[in-house]
Write a protein that binds this ligand. Structure first.
Ligand SMILES: NC(=O)c1ccc[n+]([C@@H]2O[C@H](COP(=O)([O-])OP(=O)(O)OC[C@H]3O[C@@H](n4cnc5c(N)ncnc54)[C@H](O)[C@@H]3O)[C@@H](O)[C@H]2O)c1
Length: 321
């Protein structure tokens, strides 16, 4: 197999969806994943799967040579903000050092690299709506490891002659519309509610209802995974002699209550909202300034976007319950 595309973290929530999409477009896909939070169940059958850790540099070199890889989507990472504060060393090793090894193994071989970064890099104390050139001040070790990875990518790109797109995702939600892949882990709001409802547990814990927002619950810029992945492919086409740094969001948000109320429409019992103390360091609202993304992709946001994120989450949760 020649000129395959490498997806690191392709057994995870976003990586598996991207891999399906690339295969649908007849691309050859190689996935490297250590299955730490991903699952074999999410892997598309047509992809080549190599179970390996990114810190195994010798294995990485073999993969680059064998499959003549020129394009990399680097999605593998540990992503739990709270865990990163308890065990920072794990995050430096798994996110920063693993990125450095990936860059070492791929240098002078690849032409394009797309990196999954996060809005957790921004200084959220100052502004609720953040642009790409706003101040960087991650509150968590997770956010910091993503920012350090961005720096490494820029540095290697300037020396080793490849172009990149650093994509700062806001809150990714919803699942594959064909119900082939989705989330396995709990944590994000949509996953938690969908999993509860699929198990007929009609309740949800909500952390904080005294935020300075329309209804007191936190507001996030949720982006539908179908759109997120489509933007990856649009942007990949644009990376030729240029690199990009982009927010991936809709530039508008939904409150936790609004999300729960949308789920309520498709559930036959009343969903009990358990309001708990807000978590330490939790921000009230974060929204993307998505001007650059709109300009590059002609982004249009359908009116029923919340419905789509909710219904695909429910369909997936019912399938895997
Ligand atoms: N889900 C979101 O809302 C969101 C928001 C912002 C950024 N991101 C970023 O998007 C990427 C994908 O996130 P996700 O939600 O799909 O998470 P996920 O946990 O479902 O996927 C990550 C995958 O990477 C694998 N992995 C982790 N460390 C590895 C290593 N050292 N070597 C090999 N494989 C490894 C895991 O097994 C897993 O399959 C991450 O980089 C994350 O930081 C996600």
């Amino acid at each position: 197999m020649k000129n395959a595309i490498l997806v690191t973290g392709g057994a995870g929530y976003i990586g598996s969806k991207l891999s399906y999409e690339l295969l649908d477009k007849k691309k050859k896909v190689v996935i490297i994943d250590n299955l730490s939070t991903g699952s074999r169940k999410l892997l598309p059958k047509k992809a080549v799967f190599i179970k390996s850790d990114l810190n195994d540099e010798a294995q990485l070199r073999k993969v680059f040579d064998k499959y003549k890889i020129e394009t990399v989507f680097h999605m593998a990472a540990c992503t739990d903000v709270r865990e990163s504060m308890i065990n920072p060393a794990k995050y430096y090793l798994n996110n920063v050092e693993a990125t450095r090894r990936l860059l070492e193994a791929s240098k002078n071989k690849i032409k394009k690299l797309v990196f999954s970064s996060t809005c957790a890099v921004y200084d959220v104390n100052k502004k609720n709506i953040v642009s790409e050139n706003d101040q960087i001040l991650p509150k968590s070790v997770y956010g910091l490891t993503k920012y350090l990875s961005e720096k490494l990518i820029k540095n290697y790109s300037s020396i080793h002659n490849f172009n990149y797109a650093i994509l700062r995702y806001f809150n990714v939600a919803g699942c594959d519309e064909q119900n082939r892949t989705g989330f396995v882990k709990r944590g994000p709001l949509f996953n938690n509610i969908a999993k509860n409802l699929a198990k007929n547990k009609s309740e949800i814990n909500i952390y904080g209802n005294k935020f300075p927002t329309i209804d007191g619950t936190a507001i996030r810029d949720y982006i539908f995974i179908e759109d997120l992945v489509k933007y990856h492919l649009d942007i990949l086409k644009k990376i030729k002699n240029k690199s990009y740094l982009l927010n991936l969001g809709y530039g508008k948000g939904f409150s936790v209550n609004e999300v729960v109320d949308e789920f309520q429409k498709y559930h036959n019992k009343r969903i009990k909202k358990n309001y708990l103390k807000q978590r330490k360091g939790e921000m009230s609202k974060i929204i993307s300034n998505n001007k650059k993304l709109k300009y590059l992709t002609g982004q249009k946001i359908p009116k029923d976007i919340l419905y789509k994120m909710v219904i695909t989450s429910l369909n997936w949760a019912k399938k895997i319950k």
